[in-house]
Design a protein around this ligand. Structure first.
Ligand code: PNS
Length: 166
């Protein structure tokens, strides 16, 4: 039987409840989903790639299911090259609002040009997550606002630890 393996690429600095919602929505669609953390040397992230992978791995353990194998990996370079390397046939991206669509469409069409055999699949995040982004979460957190409904509890704990021990 053909395995429907997908990659869900992103920066995940940090993983938000919006990302988690997309991961949960991908479970009934795919046999296997690899959350792929981009190693982007141009950006100054809050968490290292290793930290992000380890945090995501713990969150994935909490939603473990027989229906879909969930894992996390990191990559550098092109998403399609990583997808080909792991033999994935789909790239999952979450759409929060119409404002995401233009950028996501351009990226999906460019990825299709680069790798026609890989399909981008857009999943719509739940409305209650439509305003959440990693950047806003970091901004609110750094200014002392509450982020407890914006990220999984484990991520909030790690963010607090990071604040104490940068
Ligand atoms: O979480 P983000 O920052 O919205 O994720 C963007 C990401 C990582 C999916 C995108 O920047 C990406 O795919 N980068 C890898 C380089 C690449 O493949 N570029 C061509 C995309 S058309």
């Amino acid at each position: 039987m053909k395995i429907k393996r997908a990659v869900f690429p992103g920066s995940f600095d940090p993983l938000t409840n919006g990302h988690l919602d997309i991961i949960k929505r991908s479970i009934p669609v795919f046999d296997e989903v690899i959350v792929a953390v981009l190693n982007n040397p141009d950006k100054k992230p809050m968490f290292t790639v290793e930290e992000r992978c380890s945090m995501i791995s713990l969150v994935l353990k909490q939603i473990e299911t027989e229906d879909c194998k969930l894992s996390v990996d990191s990559f550098s370079g092109l998403t399609v090259d990583f997808a080909r390397k792991v033999k994935a046939t789909a790239i999952v991206r979450g759409i929060r609002a119409i404002s995401d669509y233009e950028y996501e469409l351009r990226m999906a069409l460019m990825n299709r040009k680069l790798a026609p055999e890989i399909e981008t699949v857009f999943l719509m995040a739940a409305v209650e997550f439509s305003y959440i982004s990693s950047n806003l979460v970091k901004q609110i957190f750094s200014l002392g606002g509450s982020i407890d409904s914006l990220v999984p509890p484990l991520i909030e704990t790690k963010m607090k630890e990071k604040l104490l021990n940068p």
